[in-house]
Design a protein around this ligand. Structure first.
Ligand SMILES: [Fe+2]
Length: 220
């Protein structure tokens, strides 16, 4: 069992990286993403589900939510370029390994850039680990330099990462994760997104509807 101190330290590290394609291109790429993260199967679907519910609550149009869905399901596609020994490492990542892990954003952009029609969804892939205060990666964007889509995914991504079991720690209780995200408002996260997130969680939206996301994926 991982010592408590290591768990806290990993949480900090995780917080640091928490964070139209046509059908013939989109579906195989989405399946590759899922395979790349065997240890957190369904992560992209769950993150997308949460992000879409946040977006709907924020009044984002259905057309924009469709763009978000495409970007969300592929937001971590670049992890297919990160060694499994790093993705599945049960212990803390070294600085070099952390750098390689962070490269998944740039790898994802390089994979998706040539796909016609994916440009609208690209900011989700490129910016989902940026921080509102400029301390994120890969480009240190801050505030409105980060698209609203990506700011929404930053919250949804972190939420799912922290509630999920990882090789180095068990998933954290939802109440604890909500508290951590609240503490990150204005620093890591857009406070307006956090406010909506807290409202949804208070209303009992702490379960996900993966089936619905999958169903809508089939309808692309
Ligand atoms: Fe990511």
């Amino acid at each position: 069992m991982t010592p408590r101190r290591d768990i806290r330290s990993q949480n900090r590290v995780e917080t640091l990286y928490c964070s139209s394609a046509n059908q013939t291109t989109f579906l195989p790429l989405h399946r590759k993403t899922s395979r790349a993260r065997r240890q957190s199967g369904g992560h992209s679907e769950r993150v997308t589900d949460v992000a879409l519910r946040l977006a709907k609550e924020m009044g984002i149009s259905e057309a924009e939510r469709e763009i978000m869905r495409r970007g969300g399901l592929l937001h971590d596609i670049g992890k297919i370029g990160v060694p499994a020994s790093i993705l599945d490492k049960p212990g803390k990542l070294t600085p070099e390994e952390l750098q390689q892990m962070r490269e998944h954003v740039n790898i994802g952009v390089r994979i998706l850039q040539p796909i016609p029609g994916f440009a609208d969804a690209m900011p989700i892939v490129a910016q989902h680990h940026e921080w509102i205060n400029g301390a994120g990666y890969p480009n240190g964007l801050k505030g409105d330099e980060i698209t609203l889509h990506a700011r929404i995914f930053a919250v949804a991504d972190c939420y799912d990462a922290l509630i999920s079991d990882r090789p180095y720690r068990a998933g954290l209780p939802v109440s604890k994760v909500v508290e951590m995200i609240r503490e990150g408002a204005g620093r890591q996260f857009d406070p307006r997104v956090v406010e909506v997130f807290e409202r949804l969680m208070a209303a009992g939206a702490d379960t996900v509807r993966i089936e619905e996301t999958e169903k809508s994926l089939q309808a692309v």
